[in-house]
Structures are given as structure tokens and as C-alpha cells.
Design a protein around this ligand. Structure first.
Ligand code: FEO
Length: 162
């Protein structure tokens, strides 16, 4: 069993993971408009990962005898001014998500909920990877700036993400 407080916290996180999927799809749509198809592909793969995060928590709530409650997903922003701005936001967003996961870990510790604590360790590790990946692309884009030829080189490389 999980407590009502934990059930609410996990349901909120399901919603936030779906929002992340939505946000990254919105970023993919923007990147398509500026012909950075590789960046857009990277973002679609990222969106798919966010969906898998949401479903992982969904399944955990069910497994623990809790009730999944799906709320409305906030509409994401739709416009940016450059690929660099997009990745600044991805990095900031992932740091925010890490904070959300840590807050649920804190709750699990407070409630002595060992099962949820254990489940969340996967997310703690995943967030290290998510932040690292976002920062890696952000740093590459920062280095090349607005030099379109170099940006297309990164675009080609990012398009290989599966
Ligand atoms: Fe589900 Fe990118 O954190």
C-alpha cells in the first residue's frame, strides 16, 4: 500500500512526465519550422522517453494498490527564438524535474516507504543522465553559436538518436 499523500504525489508526477512529453513534442514542432530535423528527431525521442517515465509511475501506483488519476495536461509553450534557447530550456526543465523527484524521495523517507524509495532510485539515476544529455547538446550549441553550417553538423549527429 501507498499512503494517500504518496498517491497524490505520484499522480502529480505522472502528470508532470506527460507534460514533459508534450513540451518536448512542442519543441520538436518548433525545430521542424527552422529546418533542424535532426534536433527535432532528438526531441521526439526525448518525448517518447518522458511518456515511458509517466507509464512507469502509472504502473507502480497500480502495483501498490493505489488509484491512478489523470489530470489535464498544461499546454506547453510553442515558440522559441533559436535551437540554443530551446536547449537552455530543456536543461532548466530537467533540473526542475530532478527537484520534483527528489521531493518525492524526501516524502518516501519521511513516510518510511521503502518500496517507493527503491522505485524512485531509478528516476534519481535517470535524472543524472537526462541533465547530462541536455547539457551536452546545450554546450555544443553554445560553442557553435549561430554558425549555420556547424549547427547543421550537430543536427546531422542528433538525427541519429534512436
Ligand atoms: Fe522524465 Fe526528462 O524527466
Amino acid at each position: 500500500m501507498i499512503s494517500k499523500t504518496m498517491e497524490e504525489a505520484l499522480n502529480r508526477q505522472v502528470n508532470r512526465e506527460f507534460f514533459s512529453e508534450y513540451l518536448y513534442l512542442s519543441m520538436a514542432a518548433y525545430l521542424e519550422t527552422i529546418s533542424l530535423r535532426g534536433f527535432a528527431k532528438w526531441m521526439r525521442v526525448q518525448a517518447r522517453e518522458e511518456r515511458s517515465h509517466a507509464l512507469k509511475i502509472f504502473e507502480y501506483i497500480v502495483a501498490r494498490g493505489g488509484k491512478v488519476t489523470l489530470g489535464a495536461i498544461e499546454a506547453p509553450k510553442a515558440k522559441w527564438t533559436s535551437a540554443g534557447k530551446v536547449f537552455e530550456e530543456v536543461y532548466a526543465h530537467e533540473q526542475k524535474v530532478s527537484g520534483m523527484i527528489n521531493a518525492i524521495v524526501d516524502l518516501a523517507i519521511k513516510e518510511k516507504d521503502h518500496a517507493t524509495f527503491e522505485m524512485l532510485q531509478w528516476f534519481v539515476k535517470e535524472q543524472v543522465e537526462e541533465e547530462e544529455q541536455a547539457l551536452e547538446v546545450l554546450n555544443q550549441v553554445r560553442i557553435v553559436g549561430d554558425i549555420i553550417g556547424h549547427l547543421f553538423y550537430i543536427d546531422h549527429y542528433l538525427g541519429k538518436r534512436e
